[in-house]
Write a protein that binds this ligand. Structure first.
Ligand code: OSB
Ligand code: MG
Length: 373
């Protein structure tokens, strides 16, 4: 069935939610998050929601909440408004001239996919070509004040049934915490994420090489995003697979990383790749190259989280994704029901579109700015 869709109105909502547990990475610490929810409306009054999950500061990627708002308001939404399209893959083509700004693009792209899936009367996962009815979730644990705090947090998550745990590392918080967690959980699917903070200088490289002893599933993004060569060189001296996150913002980045043998596992983030259209294309390319993928998260509220669950249902997502339950991060989420995990397994919704009801009352209560175009 080919339906022509045309977005006739668009709204941005800057929504602030407190985190239930402060999260620290190698670059920053967060207790509340502002994400921008994108609402696209067609002529029939149907709406599709997306989420711009940019961190507030430019420490993970170059974007901030303010740059996302600016780009969505002045470039992306004006490019989409009033244009007819038949498939959501055509929507990113409407803003093809805009370079970068992947988080801002992702929010609008997801809203277009949700609007389209709803119009087709199919669940988002099915619209994307998903094949799994459930996806395995892992948890991502921040840098904790002490190793005992970290061990307690790992115990809590393992007891909750999560089969994979990822630990944030940074120089000075790497070999010892990993040794302690590994000693307490010998069989656990465990991996580390450095968010690009290491260099190839002596002590840093010594620590990264020492991590090779702990049977980690992967070492994620040890070096700076654009330094693909350093990742390729590290992979040559490690058994542990090197996973890329921040390095891969476009399909061209992925192509280069594959050619350099700098990526043995790929973290696909819908936000970082600019939306579901690009995320699915990255999945297809990785599958062709024999590279296992998983879906990374950005502490999404329910809308972005539901998009992550949907993309994780594609066949190449063979490793656990960062799609843990809403309650791990938020006391109340912007969707009902929230995303839940049962023994670390999240069911892929079978309802049409997003597969959850968007709680507009809760959104209104937590909105700090809105804009209608
Ligand atoms: O590198 O995966 C990352 C959060 C903020 C910035 C970077 C990262 C993260 C996470 C979040 O690890 C994981 C999640 O959303 O479950
Ligand atoms: Mg990461």
């Amino acid at each position: 069935m080919s339906t022509e869709l045309k977005v006739t109105a668009a709204r941005l909502h800057r929504v602030r939610l407190p985190l239930v547990h402060a999260f620290r990475t190698s670059s920053h610490r967060k207790t509340l998050l502002d994400h921008i929810l994108v609402e696209l409306e067609d002529a029939s009054g149907a709406v599709g929601w997306g989420e711009i999950a940019s961190p507030s500061d430019p420490y993970y990627a170059a974007e901030t909440v303010e740059t996302c708002w600016h780009i969505a308001e002045h470039y992306l939404l004006p490019a989409v408004l009033g244009q007819s399209w038949e498939r959501p893959e055509q929507v990113p083509q409407l803003w093809a001239k805009v370079r970068g700004h992947q988080f801002a693009k992702a929010g609008v792209d997801v809203a277009a996919w949700v609007l389209w899936a709803s119009a087709q009367g199919v669940p988002l996962a099915q619209a994307l070509g998903g094949t799994r009815s459930e996806v395995v979730a892992g948890v991502s644990l921040g840098i904790e004040p002490t190793i005992d705090d970290l061990l307690a947090e790992v115990d809590r998550q393992v007891a909750a049934g999560y089969p994979r745990v990822k630990l944030k590392i940074a120089p000075g918080w790497d070999v010892e915490p990993v040794r302690a967690v590994r000693a307490a959980h010998p069989g656990l699917d465990l991996h580390v994420d450095a968010n690009g903070i290491y260099s190839e200088a002596g002590e840093h490289l010594t620590a990264l090489r020492a991590l090779d002893e702990f049977g980690l599933t992967m070492i994620e993004q040890p070096f700076a995003p654009r330094n693909l060569l350093a990742h390729a060189r590290l992979q040559q001296v490690l058994r542990t697979p090197v996973c890329l996150d921040e390095s891969i913002e476009t399909l061209d980045d992925l192509e280069t990383a594959i050619a350099l043998e700098a990526v043995r596992v790929l973290n696909i983030k819908v936000s970082r790749m600019g939306g579901l259209t690009a995320a699915r294309a990255a999945h297809d390319r990785a599958q062709q190259a024999g590279i296992p993928v998983w879906c990374g998260g950005m502490h999404e509220f329910g809308i972005g989280r539901a998009a992550n669950v949907a993309i994780s249902s594609l066949p190449g997502f063979s490793l656990p994704s960062d799609v843990s339950a809403s309650e791990k991060y938020y006391a109340r989420d912007v969707i009902t029901p929230p995303v839940t995990a049962d023994n670390g397994v999240v069911r892929v919704p079978t309802a049409t579109g997003l597969g959850h009801t968007v709680d507009t009352g809760l959104i209104a209560a937590h909105t700090v700015a809105t804009l209608t175009l």
